[in-house]
Design a protein around this ligand. Structure first.
Ligand code: A2P
Length: 331
């Protein structure tokens, strides 16, 4: 692999920190690494591969000489700076929702649709974290037995909402244990000791934007524009790792044993399905790990040719940083 000059936009954030950890652990050959954030981080430094690097303020000149920039600072920053980076000759891998549904922009999970990278025009979108975990499981099922419908409920960790959200969960837990009142600032409700069916904003039809992202991005990645996907996205008091309860209707019957064999050999998945031994996917066992664990695989009691299963994966790793770096390795 040739040496690259890489920039991380949003380097001080939750995903930014994981991008640095994954870059270091995968031994990606780098000529230089530029850490970019807002004026709030002026003067900060971060250590990468034993070297202390300055955090620079993102600005119009930030992309000069940068081969690949990974954006993880929210959609408005991506909208403002991605085109400028492309104009400077930089390939942008964007972790925000800004361009995901743009037909000219590939939306890529390398294990599923790396061919979509061909002919990209400078910007490549990294899907929503819950979508990445979901399509890793749906893709082998679709290839084997034809996917006809999906019902999914997510159990999303605090870290999906960023670093301040993780801190808010911790301070909420401390307040709860001390029987003190707590006023949430990042989340719409107190998360400690609670769950709420509210991720991103509500829309006129009663679904949230997160639930739309799951449907629309799944359709785009799998190339199934009419696939019915019903999502309910729920925030749970977990620091890292999203989990998902999934039911699917297939075109052809697929027994759980065959699905297990399929998942066991599918890239990016880890089969963890021994419920009699209390072994099933959980956030605590999957935090800081690359694969997405899948288990509780059983025959659906609702859908014809249906299966139900459960998965859990670190949404800061495979759901964000790792997926982005896998894309960077391919372009
Ligand atoms: P900063 O730490 O300087 O505010 P998270 O998702 O964990 O909340 O992190 C968001 C990341 O995006 C942080 O690194 C944050 O930098 C960065 N960021 C937010 N707004 C801007 C901006 N306008 N310009 C550059 N970076 C930004």
């Amino acid at each position: 692999m040739t040496e690259r000059s890489v920039a991380i936009v949003g380097a001080t954030g939750a995903v930014g920190q994981d991008l640095m950890a994954v870059l270091a652990s995968r031994k990606v050959p780098l000529r230089s690494l530029r850490l970019l954030a807002s004026t709030r981080s002026v003067g900060e430094r971060r250590t990468f591969r034993g070297e202390s690097l300055p955090v620079e303020v993102l600005g119009p000149e930030s992309f000069r000489g940068v081969d690949v920039a990974i954006f993880s600072a929210g959609a408005s920053v991506s909208r403002e700076y991605a085109a400028r980076a492309v104009a400077a000759g930089t390939i942008v891998i964007d972790n925000s929702s800004a361009f995901r549904l743009d037909p000219k922009v590939p939306l890529v999970v390398p294990e599923v649709n790396s061919a979509a990278l061909n002919g990209h025009c400078g910007i490549i979108s990294n899907p929503n974290c819950s979508t990445i975990l979901l399509v890793l499981a749906l893709s082998p099922l679709h290839i084997e037995a034809g996917l006809e419908a999906v019902v999914v409920s997510t159990y999303q960790a605090a870290s999906g909402a960023g670093q301040l959200a993780m801190l808010e969960l911790r301070s909420g837990m401390r307040a709860m244990l001390a029987d003190e009142p707590f006023e949430p600032k990042v989340f719409p409700q107190q998360l400690a000791g609670n769950v709420f069916p509210h991720v991103d904003v509500f829309q006129a039809d009663g679904y949230t934007r997160e639930e739309d992202k799951l449907r629309d991005e799944t359709r785009k990645i799998l190339g199934l524009p009419q696939l019915p996907v019903e999502a309910t996205c729920v925030r749970v008091p977990v620091e890292r790792c999203h989990s998902e309860s999934v039911s699917v209707r297939l075109s052809r019957p697929l027994l759980p044993a065959a699905a297990r064999a399929l998942f066991a050999s599918a890239p990016g998945l880890l089969l963890c399905d021994e419920p009699q031994q209390n072994r099933y996917p959980m956030p605590l066992t999957m935090a800081f790990r690359d694969p997405v664990a899948i288990g509780r695989i059983r025959v659906s009691r609702v859908f014809e040719n249906g299966l139900a299963f459960w998965l859990s994966g670190d949404q800061l790793r495979k759901g964000a940083a790792l997926n982005a770096i896998q894309i960077a390795e391919l372009v």
